[in-house]
Design a protein around this ligand. Structure first.
Ligand code: UDP
Ligand code: MG
Length: 333
């Protein structure tokens, strides 16, 4: 039986073998200074490298370490969700595995939590070692999202944050797919504040968010928190109809009262292509939402865990096998 754990630190990992041992070391160092109970909950999001093996080893050595091992890569946001589902602490912190979010900031977050805040997010003052394109696109994305939704989602804040147990419980009750976790946390509306920090360079390894995943992530965020793209399609439709109507009047006028020749083919084709393009874009936008409805109706589980380690049951099991082996050796002797 796990007795009251005070802090849970959730670490999503995808192919992080170069950095994970160091991350563990830094987290342990920081958390030990508090002299309160804690768990380090590593969620392995289908890594193809040795990440899981390293953490499994840590579970053996350190009773505060736990591992949830996904059957395949389900995505960063889902890994965080699984962490929240399994966290036992009174305060839950989500932190990246690559040490871009400095573990020392956790102490500041805990300080704010003790002052009574339910959500403490990390606000990035500066991002080191990231490409100009990433910084620029992230800057733009946060502002675009803010202009599109009525939920107060803080700009320039990632998933590095502390949430209170009661926020975590609400999060657990939200089963939606295609999740944008930081948005959902803000959506709950609990009392939030922030601590500022400088986002460091990745300690080792390379980013696990290529452009393709970043785009997917941005679309998920917007589609989960805004209907504006759908409305924009309707407005565009109205505007274009109005313009076309006026243009028809002009054409009729020209035909009846002037002798301007209306030149033909090229302009017709251009206009056709243009409007067909717009139609397809609008269909695509609708498709994004319909696809999400489809995902929801299927009601599949969000993730599959094929292995857990570091929990009391597993430790018990291991002790049993070990003592059996010892008995066996004894018998042979
Ligand atoms: N991550 C994950 N699943 C994925 C992609 C990333 O669990 O499919 C984890 C990754 O291991 C890291 C965190 O999400 O702990 C953030 O990823 P990364 O540092 O690569 O993104 P960046 O900081 O470059 O945006
Ligand atoms: Mg990173």
């Amino acid at each position: 039986m796990q007795e009251n754990i005070r802090y849970s630190i959730i670490v999503p990992m995808f192919n992080e073998q170069e950095v994970i041992a160091e991350t563990y070391r830094r987290l342990k160092q920081i958390m030990d200074t508090l002299h309160e109970s804690y768990e380090l909950l590593f969620v392995n999001d289908g890594s193809k490298d040795r990440t899981a093996d390293i953490v499994r080893e840590l579970c053996r050595e350190d009773a505060n370490v736990r591992l949830l091992n996904f059957a395949r890569n389900f995505g960063h946001q889902v890994a965080i969700t699984a962490g929240m589902d399994h966290a036992q602490g009174q305060a839950i912190v989500v932190i990246d595995a690559d040490l871009q979010d400095p573990p020392e900031v956790i102490l500041e977050m805990i300080g704010k939590w003790k002052q009574g805040y339910d959500v403490v997010y990390g606000k990035r003052l500066e991002r080191k070692g990231e490409t100009a394109f990433k910084k620029w696109s992230a800057h733009l994305f946060y502002r675009l999202l803010k202009s599109m939704t009525s939920v107060d989602i803080p700009v320039d804040a990632g998933d590095f944050r502390l949430i209170d147990r009661k926020v975590c419980d609400v999060m657990k009750s939200m089963t939606e797919r295609n999740r944008y976790v930081r948005g959902l946390v803000s959506w709950t509306g609990f009392k939030q504040t922030f601590v500022e920090y400088t986002r460091e360079e990745r300690w080792a390894g390379v980013t696990k968010y290529p452009l393709r995943k970043m785009l997917r992530f941005a679309i998920d965020a917007i589609a989960s928190f805004s209907y504006k793209p759908l409305k924009a399609a309707a407005y565009l439709g109205f505007t274009l109809s109005a313009v076309s109507f006026i243009y028809i009047l002009i054409v009729v006028y020209q035909k009846l009262f002037t002798d301007t020749t209306i030149t033909g083919w090229a302009s017709t084709v251009a206009i056709n292509l243009f409007f067909n393009g717009i139609m397809l874009i609008i269909l695509g936008i609708m498709g994004e939402y319909i696809g999400r409805i489809y995902d929801e109706t299927k009601g599949r589980p969000l993730y599959i865990i094929w292995e857990r380690a570091g929990y009391e049951e597993e430790r018990e099991q291991e002790r049993k096998t070990r003592s059996e082996q010892e008995d066996h050796h004894e018998a042979i002797r």
